[in-house]
Design a protein around this ligand. Structure first.
Ligand code: AMP
Length: 125
């Protein structure tokens, strides 16, 4: 079920639990501000989630409340992961879903990083 992105942060969400070490993940990259790991249900040969370590519900929440250091760290980490995974030359796609119409299911900001095959047009339908 898609979430309401205007709700307060829920510390019981699955990515909060991964950040606290309560649930496992296949970690790709981690630094002070960011964790990146493989999506559990990949939609492409490469499907990575990049999340900030701070308590942000969505891109909207993050862009409004995060510090400049968190925002810079997050954006740079997404680029770093894409480069490290060899995705720049073949190309890749970034996606972040927000709220009901965006079909966001996990209420902790995450950027999807897709690659490894031609990804087609932007939206399926
Ligand atoms: P979204 O619809 O943008 O909120 O996407 C949530 C994504 O989180 C989906 O692609 C799920 O497959 C992924 N996901 C959910 N639980 C886990 C988990 N425990 N580890 C890795 N990815 C997960």
């Amino acid at each position: 079920m898609p979430i309401d992105a205007t709700q307060p942060y829920d510390d019981a969400n699955v990515f909060a639990r991964i950040l606290r070490g309560e649930l496992p993940c296949t970690r790709i990259y981690e630094d002070e501000h960011v964790l990146a790991f493989h999506d559990i249900n990949p939609q492409a040969p490469t499907h990575i989630l990049v999340i900030p370590k701070g308590r942000y519900v969505s891109w909207d929440d993050f862009s409004a409340r995060a510090t400049d250091a968190e925002i810079a760290g997050f954006v740079r980490a997404v680029g770093h992961v894409a480069r490290e995974q060899g995705l720049v030359a073949p190309g890749y796609r970034l996606l972040t879903n927000v709220g009901q119409h965006g079909h966001q299911e996990v209420p902790h900001l995450h950027v999807h990083l897709f690659g490894g095959r031609p990804l087609g047009t932007m939206l399926a339908s």
